[in-house]
Ligand binder design. Structure first.
Ligand code: HEC
Ligand code: HEC
Ligand code: HEC
Ligand code: HEC
Length: 402
């Protein structure tokens, strides 16, 4: 996604709209993160990319990242570029015939990523994206686990060495930082033609969370039935989801079926237009404009109306209840599937036209069967008398000793 940050049609559509509605106020603000070279070279505005040089079209690319010499702190792209041909990187002993090299501690730290992965509103400072801050205040930062450990190694949920050479003439090293730049974006990676990145994003999402159905009371036909589902963020170093969270969506698709295969409850299914049923709990943020109305237009945002997401190593518990039908056939089974997508289908229909289908990514699931206690009670019925018998025996033995 770094190499596509400027050409990404979702970005182009939204930044174009922002430019139009703010009379160009947002032009270099948005582009400083999406095409930093385009901004420092004065090729933005226009925001449609028509004046961009080939190198600026490559978005967040090699020369940009490896020419950053200083940072003025995190959020809103406070980088200093020194494009003098010297490449900044993590090694103090690398030599290249093509360019000078210099060791940069900044590149080895989350603060490097945090320059762009915290986005505050241009005029009112409202935190729109807070991936770096979420990480900084969480358990991974406390353990010294950087963004790079999960995003630039094969480990995904923690550091894993990737021995090799950074170039044909480079020396063999214990670890070479991978540069796939993968997060959760299956939608754009697939659309832009990289199956490799899409598959890696699916794998990453599937390792981020754990779901458990906690069965409730026993089933009584015609009565209310309650159960809980826990979702744990076990793999992401920040909130789940993170980043552009007014657009990202994570939710549970829950189905309860009885022994005859009849569906007795559902939450989180998609309707025929691809929208999530309105009763479902969606993990995301909702931004509000000056009137307090929900908006996806980040430039209009004045406050955060709601923020329902899962902190790193944290969990959320959803409680569901419904009336069990009179004619229910036992046993009843509950299946909860955790799903993710990069944007609501209706938002993309509106911004990009209806030919874009936002893929729904399966993350993980759990199931429980309730109402087959008849089968489980015999175990209890056998164990209980045996235990009682043993206890009585013990007491009688103590009695005998006296
Ligand atoms: C988003 C910023 C970013 C982009 C884009 C990027 N790099 Fe890197 N690169 C890094 C960081 C950060 C490290 C060091 C990570 C660490 O030490 O924790 C690194 C490490 C390296 C290294 C050191 C050897 C290694 O792999 O560990 C080389 C060489 C390198 N990058 C080359 C490239 C090339 C070539 C490209 C373009 C194809 C590129 N980088 C694009 C940020 C970037
Ligand atoms: C110059 C700003 C900049 C820097 C520095 C930067 N990024 Fe990014 N990053 C972006 C932008 C912009 C995107 C989104 C591109 C898009 O979706 O069109 C992005 C996307 C990503 C994604 C993909 C998100 C997804 O939804 O799949 C990951 C993962 C990521 N960055 C991690 C990192 C890490 C780790 C570092 C530090 C080594 C880093 N970035 C440094 C600007 C930056
Ligand atoms: C412990 C491992 C870990 C650490 C540390 C970590 N990440 Fe992630 N990251 C993940 C996983 C797993 C996902 C996929 C689940 C998700 O989307 O949140 C992810 C997703 C992302 C995404 C895509 C989010 C979305 O849904 O669009 C971005 C952007 C990102 N990470 C950036 C960062 C940055 C920047 C840092 C450091 C400040 C960082 N990550 C630290 C594991 C990690
Ligand atoms: C401080 C850096 C920064 C600024 C400023 C910024 N962005 Fe981004 N943008 C990012 C990062 C980082 C991501 C990736 C987050 C993620 O994957 O969830 C991103 C992702 C996006 C995406 C999602 C693309 C996709 O394919 O899912 C859109 C759209 C977007 N930005 C539009 C904008 C617009 C419009 C503006 C200006 C109003 C803007 N951005 C300003 C850093 C920035």
């Amino acid at each position: 996604m770094h190499s596509q940050a400027e050409l990404d049609p979702y970005y182009l559509a939204l930044s174009g709209m922002a430019s139009e509605q703010t009379d160009g106020l947002t032009d270099t603000y948005c582009a400083r993160c999406h095409t930093p070279i385009g901004v420092v070279s004065g090729e933005v505005p226009p925001v449609d990319g028509s004046d961009l040089s080939e190198i600026a079209k490559k978005g967040v690319q090699c020369d940009f990242c490896h020419s950053v010499t200083e940072s003025d702190g995190t959020a809103n792209a406070k980088f200093t570029l020194t494009p003098d041909g010297t490449k900044q990187g993590p090694f103090d002993d690398s030599r290249s015939p093509a360019h000078n090299t210099e060791y940069s501690e900044l590149h080895t730290k989350a603060e490097f990523c945090g320059m762009c992965h915290d986005v505050n509103h241009l005029t009112n400072g409202l935190p729109l994206e807070a991936t770096y801050t979420e990480w900084k205040n969480g358990p991974y930062a406390a353990q010294g686990i950087q963004c790079q450990d999960c995003h630039m190694t094969p480990g995904i949920t923690g550091y894993q060495a990737n021995p090799g050479k950074a170039s044909g003439i480079g020396r063999e090293r214990e670890h070479i930082w991978t540069h796939f730049g993968v997060g959760g974006n299956v939608f754009m990676t697939e659309y832009l033609g990289s199956k490799t990145h899409a598959i890696m994003a699916v794998d990453r999402l599937q390792r981020a969370a754990q779901v458990e159905v906690v069965s409730g009371s026993s089933v009584v036909p015609g009565e209310s039935y309650e159960f809980k589902v826990t979702i744990k963020n076990i793999g992401a170093g920040h909130y789940l989801p993170t980043g552009l969270t007014e657009s990202r969506q994570m939710w549970l698709d829950i189905t309860v079926t009885d022994g005859a295969g009849t569906e007795v409850y559902n939450s989180g299914a998609l309707d025929e237009d691809g929208n999530i049923d309105t009763g479902a709990v969606v993990y995301h943020t909702i931004l509000a404009d000056a009137e307090g109305n929900p908006t996806e237009k980040v430039w209009e945002a004045q406050s955060i109306l709601s923020d329902h997401r899962i902190p790193p190593k944290g969990e959320d518990i959803e409680t569901h209840n419904f009336t069990m039908p009179e004619e229910v056939t036992l046993p009843v089974s509950i299946t909860a599937i955790l799903e993710y997508r990069s944007a609501p289908q209706e938002l993309i229909d509106h911004l990009l036209g209806e030919e874009f289908e936002v893929p729904v990514v399966y993350m993980t699931q759990d199931s429980k069967t309730i109402g087959d206690e008849d089968k489980s009670i015999p175990g209890f019925q056998i164990t209980f008398p045996v235990m009682l018998g043993l206890l009585l025996l013990l007491f009688s033995m103590r009695g005998n000793k006296k």
